[in-house]
Design a protein around this ligand. Sequence first.
Ligand SMILES: CC(C)(COP(=O)(O)OP(=O)(O)OC[C@H]1O[C@@H](n2cnc3c(N)ncnc32)[C@H](O)[C@@H]1OP(=O)(O)O)[C@@H](O)C(=O)NCCC(=O)NCCS
Length: 177
Amino acid sequence: MSSARQPPGVVPSTRSSWLAADLEYESALRGALCRHLLRLDAIDRSSRFGAAMSDTGIERYAEGIDVDPGRSCVVRSEDGEVVALAELRLLHGDLQSLAEIAFTVDAGWRGRGLARTLLSNLIALAATAGVTSLLAQVRVGNASMLSILRNAGMQFRRDGAEMIGTLTLDAPARRSS
Ligand SMILES: CC(C)(COP(=O)(O)OP(=O)(O)OC[C@H]1O[C@@H](n2cnc3c(N)ncnc32)[C@H](O)[C@@H]1OP(=O)(O)O)[C@@H](O)C(=O)NCCC(=O)NCCS
């Protein structure tokens, strides 16, 4: 990790229109997301996915990430690589009332507030999408993730080795969308 390296801005994952150039952009983005997730070690993969995850499993998962700019946020390094990813996964389809959130940050980029910043972005995206409640599943020992989410007001209950968190988005946030 280079301390001189500054975290770049958090940007939506893609452009909003879906022209031919965007398909090329999406393909490149998906490749960068896959490389980001493949760099996670076994412990991080288990923390993120709740179970061991093979390279093949990650490649398959990356194909299914919703890269719509309203559903995911990334942070890129100066060379364009994705170094952090936050996902908003709608769980109630058309009702869009509940969404699961998940975060990954490259090991060399941790402790700089990227996950905290991405959470703020996801909360804004969730409000825009009409989401009223956020859900997170976090390993009991994942102190940094629990700290970030608790600081945002998420309430947790324990379920075996997992902490299940819920955060109700307040009405003013929804009205501002
Ligand atoms: C969890 C993860 C996303 C955090 O990313 P990050 O960019 O380092 O997080 P941030 O820098 O935004 O915040 C770190 C916070 O954790 C706190 N923290 C770090 N270690 C801690 C510890 N042992 N106990 C309590 N808090 C701790 C920091 O003080 C900081 O809190 P602050 O925002 O109040 O200052 C990253 O470690 C990761 O990708 N882990 C692997 C995947 C994973 O576990 N994902 C979460 C499951 S969804």
